[in-house]
Design a protein around this ligand. Structure first.
Ligand SMILES: [Zn+2]
Length: 285
């Protein structure tokens, strides 16, 4: 089968490219070169690959902030809809979650500032150089705009996107974690429906005012919705486990002759055992 391509370690974290990622540059090249402008299409592919380099750095930002709080990152994988840093566990302290969530967009702000600063410094040293921009200038200009767009997009409060994580953490300052997650996931689902309607071309895009189908946005909407529901289920299960602190996880005790409650993390159920025999099951949430 297709396997993720390993790009080596970044700050000690394995970086992978998911096989489906390559559909994106392929799609960009195919749609760009249809009109016969092959060099223009190659330019767009180069921009897309550079933007995903910035997405990878964004994920490294999350991972390094998490490491600061003692949370390891298993790996970082790039998908056509974005990057994912798989943290060993989620921070439960709201302020830690806010810092970790903002560390990703902060990397893109830094990259954009660096690019703008570089272009300004060259204009200062070589006055008039921006008046006749070359291919490299256009490339860096696109990359700057893309990084700013990444910041704006990631801060949309659609849990589990970064802005949604900040929203959940702010709510969790005053609410139980499950309640905060439920509200953040609810808002995330509403935003996902909005993304979906815009992506399907049923509602005009508020940024451009035009109506056009955007398959990528529909994909993002689906991913935001599904990951939000999955994480809500995980938080509920964790809360149930905390409410029953005397229960023993399934893998920490021998299966036979056990009496008491055990948590089956794989199935998300509590089991009441009597001498190793399951007598009752309770579903979390
Ligand atoms: Zn992020």
């Amino acid at each position: 089968m297709f396997r993720s391509l390993g790009l080596g370690k970044f700050f000690g974290i394995d970086l992978y490219v998911h096989p489906t990622f390559w559909l994106l540059p392929l799609f960009v090249f195919a749609s760009g070169s249809l009109g016969g402008d092959v060099s223009g299409a190659l330019f767009e592919v180069a921009v897309v690959l550079a933007v995903f380099g910035c997405v990878a750095l964004h994920e490294v930002g999350h991972a390094l902030a998490a490491r600061y709080y003692g949370i390891d990152t298993r790996d970082i994988t790039l998908y056509p809809v974005g990057g994912v840093a798989r943290l060993e566990r989620m921070p439960t302290k709201p302020l830690q979650e806010i810092v970790i969530a903002l560390a990703g967009p902060a990397v893109n702000v830094a990259i954009a500032l660096g690019l703008v600063g570089g272009l300004a410094a060259r204009e200062y040293l070589l006055p008039g150089s921006l008046a006749s921009p070359g291919v490299a200038d256009r490339f860096l200009g696109h990359l700057t705009v893309a990084n700013l767009a990444l910041v704006a997009f990631n801060l949309v409060p659609a849990f589990p996107m970064d802005g949604g994580r900040v929203f959940r953490a702010v709510l969790a300052l005053g609410l139980p974690r499950v309640e905060a997650t439920r509200l953040a996931v609810g808002l995330g689902a509403a935003v996902a429906v909005g993304f979906g309607l815009i992506g399907l071309g049923l509602v005009p895009n508020p940024l451009t005012g035009t109506t056009a189908a955007q398959p990528g946005l529909v994909l993002v909407a689906g991913v935001v919705y599904l990951l939000g529901q999955a994480e809500l289920a995980g938080v509920k299960a964790e809360a149930t486990r905390r409410r029953l602190p005397w229960a023993v996880p399934l893998d920490e005790v021998p299966a036979d002759r056990f009496t008491g409650w055990r948590w089956d993390a794989r199935r998300g159920v509590w089991g009441l055992y009597q001498d190793g025999v399951l007598v009752r099951e309770v579903y979390a949430g």
